[in-house]
Design a protein around this ligand. Structure first.
Ligand code: SF4
Length: 461
């Protein structure tokens, strides 16, 4: 019998990409084939994101396409998994395309749910009821086993892998749905994490990225010892074969200096910090329940730069939060000028059903103003990045090569027919240069000859 074909489409953050990759590997292990196209598939899984309404709208439009596909392929099975599945649960079954609904804590059950639906053609839902009360801790063993069994180097960039160190979030930023769909913070045991890193290193992985919604909150108590992210960084540094260690994403509140010291002292830990500020206005930060003032955030950035020389810092901002006046936005502009980020990500506020902001505050900043503020902040950051990146001219940097550059305008070859490759420095700068494709997954030295806001260009040394 021909193997059933599965197509998985993933929206959203790195957590979702990791979940999709685990599910793909589990299904491959059970004899399914993966396909890039939903048109060829027997089973389509959409791993969803609920963080912005745009992401959910894209899922709804994708489901519309799948409903149409089901007309020509009535046996097609469609599963909605991830955050939107947890948020809407059984409501999703009202959509004529949907057969399976599984929340982020139920990823280990997906292969069985598919088997079941293939045999009885019944629609099925598995999510965590009352996730803030019941939590996901009792699923931890299943999830850990699933993670250990199906993590892989195959679905990631060459020789790079992501390792989840915790699930969920307890910060309750008022605009964010994550605590309600991913549940309370649950840290994995350091032993499970280190065993997984060792397994990945044995497969040739050179770089690992430790993942958590608020990764610096990692805490695990065992035999009366409390393990923190700083401890994990030290333990991961001792794994032979692992050369670079990253961690994302950090929250500015309660960021322990021991993590900065680990970054400064441990050569394998990359000097890169992604630490969202979200706003430079104290009024807006309070309304967001971020738990710090702009001054406290900037003090932290200064401290990080003192303790970890040459650290590269990336930020996130939300513009157009309810009640954000011109003065509030100017405070954000000032913060960006002072923080001098390597790069930053800017998002326009969109209300998320079920969050405090949506319940209590009117989305009263017009779309035009949101767009203007978004553009202004990005233009400012572009100037800062252009200026900052000039320091690399003439320098030789080490990169971990990801593979051929995907942007078509960059896909040129040099006189030797070498394609244009893309790599990243330990501090997360993107470097484009010509070189043999065999360098993918290897470290290389590149001398920088040209710089732009988002990219450094150079030649192999
Ligand atoms: S820290 Fe705030 S923004 Fe980040 S996941 Fe938690 S609640 Fe959401």
């Amino acid at each position: 019998m021909n193997a059933k074909k599965v197509h998985i489409k993933s929206f959203g953050c790195q957590m979702n990409k990791l979940d999709s990759s685990l599910v793909s590997n589990a299904l491959k292990d059970k004899g399914y084939e993966l396909t890039d196209q939903s048109e060829n598939a027997d089973i389509v899984l959409i791993n969803t994101c609920s963080v912005r309404d745009n992401a959910e709208n894209r899922v709804v439009s994708h489901l519309g396409h799948l409903k149409y596909l089901k007309k020509t392929n009535p046996t097609l099975i469609v599963g909605v998994i991830g955050c939107m599945a947890q948020r809407l649960g059984v409501e999703l079954l009202a959509h004529p395309a949907v057969d399976i609904v599984a929340g982020p804590a139920q990823i280990a059950q997906i292969p069985d749910m598919i088997e079941q639906t293939l045999s009885d053609h019944k629609r099925t839902v598995s999510i965590t009821d009352k996730i803030r009360i019941t939590g996901t801790a009792d699923l931890s063993d299943d999830l850990n086993d699933f993670e250990f069994a199906y993590d892989s180097d195959e679905n990631h960039i060459h020789n790079q892998a992501f390792v989840r160190i915790m699930r969920g979030c307890d910060k309750f930023c008022t605009y964010c749905i994550v605590p309600f769909v991913r549940g309370p913070e649950v840290s994995r045991s350091p032993q499970a994490i280190i065993d997984q890193i060792k397994k990945l290193a044995d497969k040739g992985i050179k770089q690992i990225t430790l993942l958590g919604q608020t990764v610096n909150s990692y805490v695990f108590v065992e035999n009366e010892k409390t393990y923190t992210l700083a401890d994990l960084l030290e333990m991961a540094s001792e794994v032979d074969g692992i050369e670079w260690i990253r961690f994302i994403t950090s929250h500015p509140k309660h960021f322990d200096e021991s993590i900065l010291r680990a970054m400064a002292d441990l050569p394998k830990v990359c000097k890169y910090l992604h630490i969202p500020a979200q706003s430079g206005s104290d009024k807006i930060l309070k309304a967001m329940n971020r738990g710090y003032t702009a001054a406290e955030y900037l003090d932290f950035i200064e401290r990080a730069k003192q303790i970890v020389p040459d650290i590269a810092i990336a930020g996130d901002f939300i513009v157009g939060f309810p009640g954000e006046t011109d003065e509030d936005f100017q405070a954000t502009v000032e913060l960006v000028k002072k923080a001098k980020y390597k790069n930053c990500f800017v998002f326009k506020y969109s209300p998320r059903p079920g969050t405090d902001t949506d319940k209590k505050l009117e989305d009263n900043i017009g779309e035009e103003i949101k767009k203007q503020r978004n553009t202004e902040l990005l233009e400012l950051q572009t100037k800062i990045s252009e200026e900052n990146n000039k320091k690399f001219l003439g320098q030789t940097v080490e990169v971990l090569v990801e593979g051929p550059s995907k942007k078509s305008h960059l896909n040129k070859s040099d006189n030797d027919g070498n394609p244009q490759l893309i790599g990243r420095t330990a501090t997360d700068y993107i470097v484009v240069f010509n070189g043999p494709e065999s360098l993918a997954g290897q470290f290389a030295k590149v001398t920088i000859t040209k710089t732009a806001a988002l990219t450094l260009f150079g030649q192999l040394s």
